[in-house]
Design a protein around this ligand. Sequence first.
Ligand SMILES: [Zn+2]
Length: 191
Amino acid sequence: MKPTFIADAMLGRLAKSLRMLGYDVLYRAGIDDNELKRVALREKRVALTRDHEIAETRLPIRVVLVESDHLDEQLKQVVSELALSYADGLFTRCLVCNAPVEDVARSEVEDLVPPYVFETQERFARCSGCGKIYWPATHVERAKEWIERVLGDGVRERPPGPEGGPETQRTPYDDPETPSGRANHDEEDQP
Ligand SMILES: [Zn+2]
């Protein structure tokens, strides 16, 4: 079974990156140490922390003490320590709220996305939690390039493009607030 996680207040970007790989990661900026441990214990989540005191807890929870300040190194450490696989989970989870995203009929999103996006995109997905609509765009390619660079092979299992087969397009994933071609607020999250 896939591990699930809870991240401490310092690891928001790591939480988002793991969600991008398809992992269930709870994150709240204001969470305190006791709550983090309590939830990890109750829900059997792996606690991700930069805090030695949490790492030294005597509670029977699994803790990963994240060593680096840098996102690339943090992701590499967690993926390698827990031997996480990710090729099949990429872009299946909402970066904002952590709920799974589901394919949604194009006709259902007409009023929910900008007209240009509706006209130019074929496939859409919707977050089952917050309702955010996602679609593929250059953003996804950039995210994949970053993951590939950080984690090595395993992301591009099929050739890109329309002949890439259903798997490459199964989970359209982009940010409705950032139509392709415009500056992207996720810049800070995905180097
Ligand atoms: Zn969501």
